[in-house]
Design a protein around this ligand. Structure first.
Ligand code: C2E
Ligand code: MG
Ligand code: MG
Ligand code: MG
Length: 277
């Protein structure tokens, strides 16, 4: 399954054009209906272990196939949901979908891998949502929980220091915390010093420059070594070429996520991959 989901027929506009044609507030107001109609589906993008070449985990990424407006990109509707305050409904939906999928398989003795779910900074201001998310994360007896949480560097900054204790309580329960899009915020190194997390995802803007910018290569090598010294694992995001993958392997990167190996795929396809493991 290597089809490009972005060039399928249901695509009407590219993400930059969507803003011009579709009202953001209108879209946000249609979330609940969209969920009820099954228009929102969780896709899974497998992440590969550099040492073994096997699938080590996956990231849950939401897709919206709107019945009238066509395919909507998360890059468009996630900000719309944040602006309107509806984002937590979506994140709660995603975490339940992922949890149901993983727990069904786990209890049936089938292959499972950890799956990370993206959280918005706004989720941290909703106590009920956070309690529910913790409940979902805790619903197996594994020491290391199957659901992981991705929080962007910018979200860390937006939720402030006091909310970080929530993440610490997740870690106490064995939930791994991932810093998403590392290197794109205002104070990446400040974040590293201040907060505890388990896995760092290097933003794809750096990966893009591996082939062209020798400074980027030095930086990445340094970043990987430094993270390892702190006991943090590294995922490289958006790896598309063999040159990029080879460089990352040689530089002791732990995990690779990107079209070079797998695109985000529907749950049914992911199920098949896990069954074949
Ligand atoms: P992200 O969390 O950084 O997710 C990685 C994005 O990179 C995904 O875009 C993925 O499809 C894309 N990607 C992965 N490998 C490659 C590659 O090799 N090349 C290229 N060009 N792209 C690659 P996507 O699915 O469009 O999601 C965009 C963003 O929307 C995500 O960035 C995340 O911030 C947000 N998002 C997606 N699903 C959710 C969700 O359920 N809840 C929340 N709060 N945010 C979500
Ligand atoms: Mg992410
Ligand atoms: Mg629940
Ligand atoms: Mg990312």
């Amino acid at each position: 399954y290597i089809e490009d989901e972005y060039v399928q027929p249901y695509k009407v506009y590219d993400s930059s054009m969507q803003t011009a044609y579709i009202d953001k507030a209108e879209i946000a107001g249609e979330l609940a209906e969209g969920i009820a109609k099954g228009e929102l589906q969780v896709y899974y993008q497998p992440v590969v272990d550099v040492k073994t070449g096997q699938i080590a985990s996956a990231e849950a990424l939401i897709r919206w196939h709107h019945s009238e407006k066509g395919f909507l990109s998360p890059g468009f509707f996630i900000p719309a949901l944040e602006e309107s305050g509806h984002i937590s409904e979506l994140d709660d939906y995603v975490i339940h979908q992922v949890s149901d999928f993983l727990m069904d398989r786990y209890h049936a003795g089938k292959n499972v891998v950890p799956v990370s779910v993206n959280l918005s900074w706004m989720d941290f201001y909703d106590e009920k949502i956070m309690e529910d998310i913790l409940d979902e994360c805790k619903n197996n007896d594994l020491e290391e929980k199957l659901i992981r949480l991705e929080v962007t560097e910018t979200s860390y900054a937006a939720m402030g220091e006091s909310r970080n204790s929530i993440l610490e309580s997740f870690r106490t329960e064995g939930v791994k915390i991932m810093m998403d899009d590392f290197g794109t915020g205002y104070s990446s190194f400040g974040m590293l010093q201040q907060y505890n997390f388990d896995i760092m995802k290097i933003d794809m803007s750096f990966i893009r420059q591996i082939e062209t910018n020798p400074k980027t290569k030095s930086m990445l090598r340094f970043l990987i070594d430094m993270a390892h010294e702190m006991g943090i694992y590294i995922v490289a995001e958006g790896v598309e070429t063999e040159v990029q993958a080879d460089f990352l392997k040689k530089s002791h990167c732990d995990y690779i996520q990107g079209y070079y190996y797998y695109r985000p795929i529907p749950q049914e396809e992911f199920r098949k991959l896990l069954d074949e493991m």
